[in-house]
Design a protein around this ligand. Sequence first.
Ligand SMILES: Nc1nc2c(ncn2[C@@H]2O[C@H](COP(=O)(O)OP(=O)(O)OP(=O)(O)O)[C@@H](O)[C@H]2O)c(=O)[nH]1
Ligand SMILES: [Mg+2]
Length: 345
Amino acid sequence: MKFLDEAKVYIRSGDGGNGCVSFRREKFIEFGGPNGGDGGNGGDVIAEAVDGLNTLIDYRYQQHFTAKNGGAGMGKDRHGANGANAVLKVPVGTQIYDEDGETLIADLTECGQRAVLLRGGNGGFGNAHFKTSTNRAPRHANPGQPGSELTIRLRLKLIADAGIVGLPNAGKSTFLAAVSAAKPKIADYPFTTLHPQLGVADVDGREFVLADIPGLIEGAHEGVGLGDRFLGHIERCRVLLHLVDGTDGDAGAAYNTVRAELIAYGRELAAKPEIVALNKADALGPDEIKRQTTRLKRAAKKNPFVISAVSGDGVADVLRASLQVIDEARRSEAPPRTADAAWHP
Ligand SMILES: Nc1nc2c(ncn2[C@@H]2O[C@H](COP(=O)(O)OP(=O)(O)OP(=O)(O)O)[C@@H](O)[C@H]2O)c(=O)[nH]1
Ligand SMILES: [Mg+2]
């Protein structure tokens, strides 16, 4: 499946149906009175987070969503039908912005959560509605209210507990493949990973979601390499797992390069709890491991794990440490929002 994490969509809610002017006319019945029915309401445009989607690719092919108009009221007090809603099914983690891309309209973080993006127009009252003691034959009805339209931007921010960051070739995808059933592409050239991948890691019978994102290089925040746009996908993570390739130059310098990009990206990313690991220990001699660990420790100001994503050495310890941080973060967070906490314009 192709990955797309941004889309621009035009939405329109339905017009309300017109009210009807009509009078009861039957043989031998006097003073029939008004019996024009009300128009139906126009359909709403609704966004709903659903399971089983992890890309916005559908919105590349369909970019217009229009709810149905309400039916007009009719004689004999018949109400017009309400217009059907238009429902945009989006992956969990989708944020909906105004056309400017900055005003957040809704943030759908749980499966089944819905947000009404546009309300349909109300149906107009038929003339039966305007009957009073002094006006027993009203000859007017209300027109339906028009629907409204809006251009919105959908932005998917994947929901993962832990985000793997590092330079290209650090072994991020190898790590993901080692701890989960995900099958990311792995190769010894930079930028093998072109878009984020999710995997579910299992540790001591507990599970959490890991996100592997494309590698960062110096200047990523200015668009160098694949840039830093994929960092949006780890904004919601509770812990960052920073992998450093022990076989490639100075591990401390590699660490600092990635940190500088996290800081330049902003949005509190650099303030997240971080677990640091020196990878590819299987390819290093004991002296080299010691030297790289010292450099990395000095740069990160914490003890790095020493692991090999290929042999699996030390990997379980990293997972356990990640889970511990995730659990702590979950405990200190506010209780999750309920599914019906939808946003109404
Ligand atoms: N010896 C050894 N090689 C490793 C280890 N982990 C990864 N590699 C190798 O390093 C290369 C890069 O691995 P990837 O997992 O593709 O690296 P990445 O960080 O996902 O790279 P990008 O997607 O390009 O950012 C591959 O050839 C891997 O086989 C390890 O623990 N030991
Ligand atoms: Mg990769």
